[in-house]
Design a protein around this ligand. Structure first.
Ligand SMILES: N=c1c2ncn([C@@H]3O[C@H](COP(=O)(O)OP(=O)(O)OP(=O)(O)O)[C@@H](O)[C@H]3O)c2ncn1[C@@H]1O[C@H](COP(=O)(O)O)[C@@H](O)[C@H]1O
Length: 107
């Protein structure tokens, strides 16, 4: 199965589950707690990803990165931001340099 389709399938599943039964779905349970709780989970998973990168092993980092991306996808879904819009923004940046000239600044 193509990995490139995985995020699209996950987005569709999350979209179906957001308003689902909180006793049967983690996505529905998290969404029922509000966007603040989802955002908090993204922050926690980001921190765990950083810790895994600095002191964990390869598999730990893979797992934490998956948790982070999943929770970010839930946040985007809850906020009504289509993944395609984020991918379009990344595509727009393709070929541009990440180094931006800052006039009058030396750092
Ligand atoms: N990819 C995931 C995924 N990754 C992690 N998790 C869940 O995220 C939770 C994170 O664990 P934590 O210990 O940090 O959080 P918690 O203790 O459950 O919750 P809090 O204490 O923070 O409230 C765990 O319950 C994991 O099972 C996921 N749950 C669901 N998915 C995908 O979402 C789909 C829909 O899931 P449901 O909504 O459960 O049907 C699934 O088919 C999967 O594809």
């Amino acid at each position: 199965m193509e990995h490139s389709d995985t995020l699209a399938r996950l987005e569709a599943t999350i979209g179906q589950r957001l308003q689902g039964d909180p006793t049967a779905s983690y996505v529905a349970k998290l969404n029922a707690k509000g966007v603040g709780k989802i955002a908090q989970k993204v922050g926690e998973e980001a921190t765990e990803t950083v810790i895994a990168a600095l002191s964990g092993d390869h598999d730990e980092l893979v797992g934490e990165a998956a948790d982070l991306i999943f929770h970010l996808m839930v946040l985007l879904g809850a906020k009504g931001v289509p993944l395609a819009q984020v991918l379009a923004e990344l595509q727009r940046r393709e070929g541009t340099s990440g180094i931006v000239e800052k006039a009058g600044r030396s750092n």
